[in-house]
Design a protein around this ligand. Structure first.
Ligand code: ZN
Length: 197
């Protein structure tokens, strides 16, 4: 489990993994600990993610923390105020400027905690996540359980057959899968697409 270093410096932490892997729960756990330490905390999320609640970072177990929805990552620099800790949820939906925004925050002695999907439903690196992962001082990859075989899962499989990379949904649309079950599912979808042509 991640234990925060106690130094007066900025740095970047990334929590990544598939859907249903507990990324947001881990983000909330770290945020709660910062609040106990009396640090000023601000949480941002992309304005696109409106699944449960406009103003809150809500994990799947409804462990809510207040957050500010923003349209572009540059807005974070204007809204950060005197925060000691900045949390960013659903980071994969942000624009490519997010990595330079996070670098600026860290250089201003802010602790930046980012949670996001590392891969999209095709198994490709997702949005600004690869850049953030390479720049972070600390990376935590959390795993879900494969909903097919019960093994450790790091892929997000989309059960519905279309090409939209950004489609908000939950268990109706997506499931966590291991590499083997993900590849099996993708092969079936490719077959179905061929038959549709
Ligand atoms: Zn599996």
């Amino acid at each position: 489990m991640f234990v925060e270093p106690k130094v007066e410096k900025g740095w970047i932490e990334v929590i990544c993994g598939s859907m249903f892997s507990g990324k947001t729960e881990e983000l909330i756990r770290r945020i709660r600990r910062s609040k106990i330490a009396n640090q000023n905390v601000v949480i941002f999320k992309p304005a696109i993610d409106v699944r449960y609640d406009e103003q809150k970072v809500v994990s799947h177990n409804a462990n809510a923390v207040e957050s500010i929805p923003v349209k572009h990552s540059n807005e974070i620099l204007h809204l950060v105020g005197n925060a000691d800790v900045v949390g960013i949820d659903e980071a994969q939906f942000f624009d490519s400027d997010l990595s330079s925004v996070c670098n600026q925050l860290a250089e201003n002695k802010v602790r930046v905690i980012i949670a996001g999907l590392d891969m999209d439903f095709k198994g490709n690196p997702f949005g600004p996540m690869p850049a953030l992962l390479s720049m972070a001082e600390y990376v935590t990859k959390v795993h879900a359980i494969c909903m097919q075989c019960g093994d450790i899962a790091s892929y997000t499989f989309k059960k519905v057959n279309n090409d939209q990379t950004v489609e908000l949904g939950e268990r109706d649309l997506y499931e966590a899968r291991c590499r083997t079950c993900f590849n099996e599912g993708m092969a079936i979808i490719r077959q179905q697409l061929k038959m549709d042509l």
